[in-house]
Design a protein around this ligand. Structure first.
Ligand code: 13P
Length: 253
């Protein structure tokens, strides 16, 4: 019922030429994969070139962040409509690296989500606890707080453009993946929270990606869990072969 969605978050990697080389390989290798939706999130500087390169394919292009204002004196920021103009159809919002290094608060994340949706973008809203929070038994409380900040009062008309990414901070870039059972437990919690806030139909249709050290050798078991609907992939999305293997592993069996 939910088409799995796998997105490569390239973070602060790749020039325009490198981005084009990678996305061209992905386009060639993933052309026949029908049952999985796939996207890439290059750095801002490569978005337009990548979007042009994939416009005759089903690959989607996502930004790694966006601002909430449409225009004005906001040096360094990029507006959602500018991202659409560059060929993006999605934006990742509230990634833990934005929260940790750039001060994105729950309130800021909420404003960005609203602005991106209003401009017609799809949104991948990231939630997830740190190791100290997990060890302190606060996982569900933190995830709920992130969800409330990001997606508490959405219009039913936009939920098909909303994806939640559960990314436990302790699993990002550490090689330490959540076990399928650990991830499924939180994904089920997220879906039940979405059901209470947005209704059963929205909760059943919203895709929940897992992110945090997803690799070709652990993807299949994670993707088999009932509430895991794809992946947000960092390091392993920088090599075509690894990312293609993860996309294939997300295919419903
Ligand atoms: P890694 O796959 O490198 O752990 O990164 C995950 C992530 O942060 C994706 O947004």
């Amino acid at each position: 019922m939910r088409t799995p969605f796998v997105v490569g978050n390239w973070k602060l990697h790749k020039t325009i030429a490198e981005s084009l080389a990678l996305v061209t390989e992905l386009k060639n290798q993933l052309g026949s994969l029908r049952e999985v939706a796939v996207g890439v999130a290059p750095p801002f500087t490569a978005l337009h070139a990548v979007a042009k390169r994939v416009e005759d394919s089903s690959l989607a292009v996502a930004a790694q962040d966006c601002f909430w204002e449409e225009k004005g004196a906001f040096t360094g920021e990029v507006a959602p409509a500018m991202l659409r103009d560059a060929g993006c159809t999605w934006a990742i919002i509230g990634h833990s690296e934005r929260r940790q290094f750039f001060g994105d608060t729950d309130e800021a994340v909420g404003k960005k989500v609203k602005a991106a949706l209003a401009a017609g973008l799809g949104v991948i809203a990231c939630v997830g606890e740190t190791l100290a929070q997990r060890d302190g038994g606060a996982t569900f409380q933190i995830v709920e707080q992130h969800l409330a900040g990001a997606v508490s009062d959405l219009d039913a008309a936009v939920v098909d453009r909303v994806v939640i990414a559960y990314e436990p901070v302790w699993a990002i870039g550490t090689g330490r993946t959540a076990t399928p059972a650990q991830a499924q437990e939180v994904h089920a919690f997220i879906r039940s929270w979405l059901g209470k806030q947005l209704g059963a139909a929205a909760a059943a249709s919203i895709r929940i990606q897992y992110g945090g050290s997803v690799k070709p050798d652990n993807a299949a078991l994670l993707m088999r869990e009932p509430d895991i609907d794809g992946a947000l992939v960092g390091g392993a999305s920088l090599q075509a072969a690894d990312f293609v293997a993860i996309c294939r592993a997300a295919k419903p069996s």
